[in-house]
Design a protein around this ligand. Structure first.
Ligand code: ADP
Ligand code: ADP
Length: 235
C-alpha cells in the first residue's frame, strides 16, 4: 500500500549555464501507508530539494511523484495545488510561523485556506495544541514562545489539514533533547495511529533508528541503509 512514490527523480539548478549543478540523479523511493522513513545525508546533498519536489512545492526535471496512487505529473495547476494543501504537510527546521498571528491562528490559517469553517478550524487547532501540551499557548505569538514551543506549533500547523504525507526537514534540529523527544514522539504517534506516511530528514541517528527505515541520499540517489538501523537498535 504505497502512499508516496518517487521514481527516477532528477533535478539540476541553473541548467545550461556554467553554474549548472546536478543535485538529484534518478532518486527513487517508496513510502508505505503508516511508514516513517528517515532521510539521512550530508548538508548540501539535496534533501530540501527532494522534499520540495515530493511535496509538490517544486518540479523535477525528470521522474515521477505519485501520492496516494495519483501520478502528480498528470495534474493541472489547480489539482496540484489542492493536493499539496490537502495531502501533504511540511515541517521545516526554522518553523516559518507567521509572526503577526497567534499559535492558534497559525494552525487555523491552512484550514481556512482550504474552506474549513472558522469554528471547526478553531476546534481542530485546540485539539492539536492539546496533543503537544500547548493548550495554554494558543493565544501567544511566536515571539512570545520558546523555540521548542514554536516547533510544536509548526508541527500542529503541518497536521492541520490531516495530510496523508508528512515531509519534515530536520524537524527537531534546533531543539533540546527533551523537546526533541516530545515532538518526535507526537509525530510517530500519528504515524502509528492514523496511517500517516512520513519522510523525515535528520542528522540524528538515534531518531533515525526509531523510524521504520533509513535511506541515505548519496550522489543524487537514494540508498537503503538497513545496517545503520540494526546497529542503532542493538546499541
Ligand atoms: P540540503 O537540503 O541537503 O542541504 P539542498 O537541496 O538545499 O540540500 O541543496 C542541494 C544543492 O543545490 C546545494 O549545493 C545547493 O547550494 C544547491 N541549490 C539549492 N537550491 C538552489 C537554487 N535555488 N539555485 C541554485 N542552487 C541551489
Ligand atoms: P523561501 O522563503 O526561501 O522560498 P521557504 O522554506 O519559506 O523558502 O519556502 C519554500 C517553499 O515552501 C515556498 O514555495 C513556500 O511558499 C512554501 N511553503 C513554506 N511554508 C509552507 C507550508 N507550511 N506549507 C506549504 N508550503 C509552504
Amino acid at each position: 500500500d504505497v502512499m508516496l512514490r518517487l521514481e527516477g527523480i532528477s533535478k539540476s539548478y541553473n541548467p545550461g549555464t556554467p553554474a549548472e549543478i546536478s543535485v538529484l540523479r534518478g532518486a527513487t523511493l517508496e513510502v508505505a501507508r503508516g511508514e516513517a522513513v528517515a532521510l539521512v545525508a550530508p548538508s548540501g546533498a539535496g534533501k530540501s530539494t527532494l522534499l520540495h519536489i515530493a511535496g509538490l512545492l517544486d518540479t523535477a526535471d525528470a521522474g515521477m511523484v505519485e501520492i496516494g496512487g495519483v501520478a502528480t505529473g498528470d495534474l493541472g495547476d489547480r489539482s496540484r495545488t489542492r493536493m499539496r494543501r490537502n495531502d501533504v504537510g511540511f515541517i521545516y527546521q526554522f518553523h516559518h510561523l507567521l509572526p503577526e498571528f497567534t499559535a492558534r491562528e497559525n494552525i487555523m490559517l491552512p484550514q481556512l485556506a482550504n474552506g474549513v469553517a472558522r469554528g471547526a478550524a478553531r476546534e481542530r487547532a485546540e485539539e492539536l495544541l492539546a496533543s503537544v501540551g500547548l493548550t495554554e499557548r494558543g493565544g501567544h505569538r511566536p515571539a512570545e514562545m520558546s523555540g521548542g514551543e514554536q516547533q510544536r506549533v509548526a508541527f500542529c500547523r503541518a497536521m492541520a489539514n490531516a495530510p496523508r504525507v508528512l515531509l519534515a526537514d530536520e524537524p527537531t534540529g534546533n531543539l533540546d533533547p527533551d523537546t526533541s523527544d516530545r515532538v518526535f514522539g507526537a509525530l510517530m504517534g500519528l504515524v502509528r495511529s492514523t496511517g500517516l506516511s512520513a519522510v523525515i530528514a535528520t542528522h540524528n541517528l538515534e531518531l533515525a533508528a526509531r523510524m521504520d527505515r533509513v535511506v541515505r541520499l548519496e550522489h543524487g540517489r537514494l540508498v537503503e541503509r538497513v545496517e545503520r538501523v540494526d546497529a542503532g537498535r542493538a546499541a
